[in-house]
Design a protein around this ligand. Structure first.
Ligand SMILES: [Zn+2]
Length: 338
């Protein structure tokens, strides 16, 4: 009598290995190739035992082999987000009508992926946005949770700021981070992670004056409003901020005040993914800093210098899809290790 448990083993999911292949492909900078060249072509299917079924109807179609669909980072999709935000929406200062348009876009993107999406209002003061006077007003955090998410259960926060300084289209700063985050959200929806992830597009990250109280308004509000019990449930926060300018390596940083455990884990993931990373500089200029100050393990990914920074020159051509892939693969490799 056949052992009922003797069913042929299904191939394990191939996600990570597929992704590893992609990193190499991505260095060729082919925008679409980075994500689609790696289809499981002619997979040396182990063509297991000959079927012993007894219905050889001559016209019967062969039993479809269940081919696991690997989840792979899609650089073209991330770049399309960069292009949309920088070209169609344009500069989106935190309290501007354009910011609201951008927030509605990201909200809809998350919803289309099946997330439960909420928006919280973020007050921002009048000030100076990189040389341009701006008024007081409201911005927003757009928060996407997997269905059934419980914020009191240990989870990860992946954040990227959605606002720009007053004049910049913000392709790199920070449509790049939003684009990578949205694709990671797509991947997490397709292949749920052991550790749940809350994705947040933060409003009001850019400075409106000098000093630590005059920037990072969305993330500061988020952390401030978290009850202590929920704060301790955030096991790690990563800010994706300026992640598309081409470089030999991906910058990883903390503010230098808290633990380095998240940066260490990202660094180890980059090794496994075959992506070079550089953790040589402290950085307090992004939303991870709000979490680090509150004692929550956090890190920033990104910050390669570039000429168009905070200017009208921050357009999609400064963003390299291969760099988006490096960051996406690195971050996904980390997420799957938690
Ligand atoms: Zn930024």
């Amino acid at each position: 009598m056949a052992d009922p448990t003797g069913a042929p083993k299904r191939p394990r999911r191939l996600g990570r290995r597929q992704i590893l292949g992609m990193v190499g492909a991505a260095t060729g900078a082919a925008l679409v190739g980075a994500c689609s060249d790696d289809e499981p072509t002619g997979s040396s299917s182990p063509s297991p035992s000959t079927p012993r079924t007894r219905t050889p109807s001559p016209t019967a179609s062969p039993t479809p082999t269940p081919t696991p669909t690997p989840v792979a980072f899609d650089a073209a999709a991330a770049f399309a987000v960069v292009d949309h935000l920088a070209t169609q929406v344009g500069p989106r200062e935190a309290a501007s009508p354009a910011f609201d348009v951008a927030a509605a876009y990201v909200h809809a993107q998350f919803e289309a992926l099946g997330y439960a999406v909420t928006q919280t209002t973020v007050a921002v003061p009048a000030g100076d946005s990189w040389g341009v006077p701006v008024g007081a007003g409201t911005s927003a955090n757009v928060i996407a949770d997997p269905l059934g998410f419980d914020a009191s259960v240990p989870h990860v926060v992946i954040g990227a700021h959605l606002d720009t300084v007053a004049v910049a289209p913000g392709a790199e700063d920070n449509a790049s981070g939003i684009g990578v985050m949205l694709d990671l959200a797509r991947m997490a929806a397709a292949e749920p992670l052991s550790r749940p992830v809350r994705f947040i597009a933060f409003g009001g990250e850019e400075p409106r004056g000098r000093g630590d109280s005059m920037h990072h308004f969305g993330s500061q509000a988020y952390v401030r409003d978290l009850p202590a019990a929920l704060r301790s449930a955030v096991v790690a926060m990563v800010s994706l901020d300026r992640v598309g300018v081409a470089a030999a390596s991906v910058p990883l940083a903390t503010g230098g005040r808290g633990t380095t455990q998240v940066m260490d884990a990202l660094s180890a993931a980059s090794d496994r993914a075959g992506v070079l990373s550089d953790r040589s500089q402290d950085n307090r200029a992004s939303d991870h800093w709000s979490f680090e100050k509150a004692g929550i393990p956090s890190a920033r990914v990104g910050s390669v210098p570039y000429a168009g920074y905070h200017s009208v020159g921050d357009v999609p051509s400064v963003v390299d899809p291969a760099q988006l892939t490096r960051v996406g693969v690195l971050t996904w490799t980390w997420l799957t290790s938690l």
